[in-house]
Design a protein around this ligand. Structure first.
Ligand SMILES: C[S@@+](CC[C@H](N)C(=O)[O-])C[C@H]1O[C@@H](n2cnc3c(N)ncnc32)[C@H](O)[C@@H]1O
Length: 365
């Protein structure tokens, strides 16, 4: 699969994300540290958004055990919630591919309607993701609030997003158990450590994998003095801890930001248009930037499989060099990929190389 174009930090693919991802995974294995999943909602916002009947010609999830669970779930939903069943049926194989493109330490953001987000949650869980919480986009004052009055229920001015990670259950087990065996070997007690350090139960997190904490350098020196010698250098321990933490999903939310994200529906100069027509579901650029900075580290790759107006790519291209990430954007609508292209190629070096793809053997991933 050859990208439609590449820029400094983005590879943009025109095609169905199921096919593009199958090729990318075959070529490079799992690569993404974050997936920004903003696909169809089943609301008929475009031809691609009509999922009616998806359960009747659902393609199977290639993993047998997951497929068995998904089938039972879709069957159950067919009785209770036919629209939900179509959504689940369409998304199951898609989320399977996206999951396969994600590293074990990745985070996933799954956008949908209120009902759709709930329907997709068990599928994500069947695929091995842990649900960490739900972000609500409060669109605040929209036309809906000013003009319409549905009279049957509260006006809906939100979209929601399930937030998932999949970290191994017991990350610090090896470190904690080695600490315990050293403690038992030299026979040092918590009380002796506290007495030497003038603290109260300071060592409790050194011996347990849950919430394991690296002793500070001064505490380590005290421990060595009291115990007569752990066979471990503090620097080695610190490096091991760093390795374990690097295998965890990144997460650093800006202070003061909760799981309610307030932002007007995208309008004005931020709203992209082609011949006066806006993309039906453009997300605020600030959301993509926020999620990327919170859930990835510099140098990591963001996957935007339903890219539309390519908010992840635009956000990443704007980051300073010290914060650089890469983005894989995919969409079945070539027009929108082309429409954002100039803003992604504003870097003159990128423009020069993107104009000569054949020099690089056709594929410039
Ligand atoms: C909800 S919109 C995404 C909007 C985007 N997050 C933004 O901020 O502009 C869904 C997008 O998915 C695209 N799409 C639908 N089915 C697809 C598929 N199978 N593979 C890739 N893209 C698809 C549509 O063309 C549409 O642009």
């Amino acid at each position: 699969v050859i990208p439609l174009y590449t820029s400094r930090r983005t590879s943009a693919y025109f095609g169905d994300c199921r096919d593009v991802l199958a090729h990318l995974i075959a070529k490079r294995g799992a690569f993404a540290s974050m997936a920004w999943i903003d696909g169809p909602y089943g609301m008929g916002k475009g031809e691609w958004d009509r999922l009616t009947g998806a359960r009747h010609n659902r393609s199977a999830v290639p993993d047998e055990a997951v497929e068995a669970r998904v089938s039972r779930y879709v069957d159950l939903l067919s009785d209770l919630d036919p629209d939900g069943a179509d959504l689940a049926a369409w998304y199951a194989p898609v989320l399977y591919r996206i999951s396969a493109a994600c590293l074990q330490s990745a985070s996933a953001y799954v956008w949908n309607t209120d009902a759709g987000e709930a329907v997709l949650r068990p599928i994500m869980q069947a695929l091995g993701w842990t649900f960490r919480g739900r972000v609500t986009w409060d669109k605040m004052t929209t036309k809906a609030l000013i003009g319409a009055n549905d009279m049957r229920t509260w006006l809906d001015v939100t979209e929601v997003c399930g937030f998932y990670q999949r970290e191994p259950a017991d990350l610090f087990e090896a470190l904690a158990s080695r600490m315990c065996s050293e403690r038992d070997r030299v026979g040092v007690s918590r009380a002796a450590i506290d007495a030497a350090a003038g603290t109260s139960n300071v060592s409790q997190y050194w011996w347990q994998s849950r919430g394991w904490r690296l002793p500070t350098r001064p505490m380590w020196d005290i421990l060595q003095r009291v115990s007569g010698g752990f066979r471990w250098d503090w620097e080695d321990l610190r490096r091991e801890e760093e390795g374990v933490r690097a295998a965890c999903p990144a997460f650093s939310a800006p202070i003061g930001v909760s799981n309610v994200w307030r932002h007007n529906a995208v309008s004005g100069s931020e709203r992209l248009r082609i011949n006066g027509e806006a993309h039906p579901c453009q997300k605020p650029l600030a959301f993509a930037e926020r999620a990327i900075l919170a859930s990835t580290r510099p140098g990591e790759v963001v996957l935007d499989p339903f890219a539309g107006t390519c908010r992840c790519a635009v956000a990443v291209e704007r980051l300073p060099a010290s914060e650089a990430r890469e983005v894989v954007s995919i969409d079945t609508d070539r027009c929108w990929l082309e429409a954002v292209r100039p803003s992604l190629l504003s870097d003159p070096m990128a423009t020069a190389t993107a104009a000569q793809p054949s020099l690089f053997g056709g594929s410039r991933e």
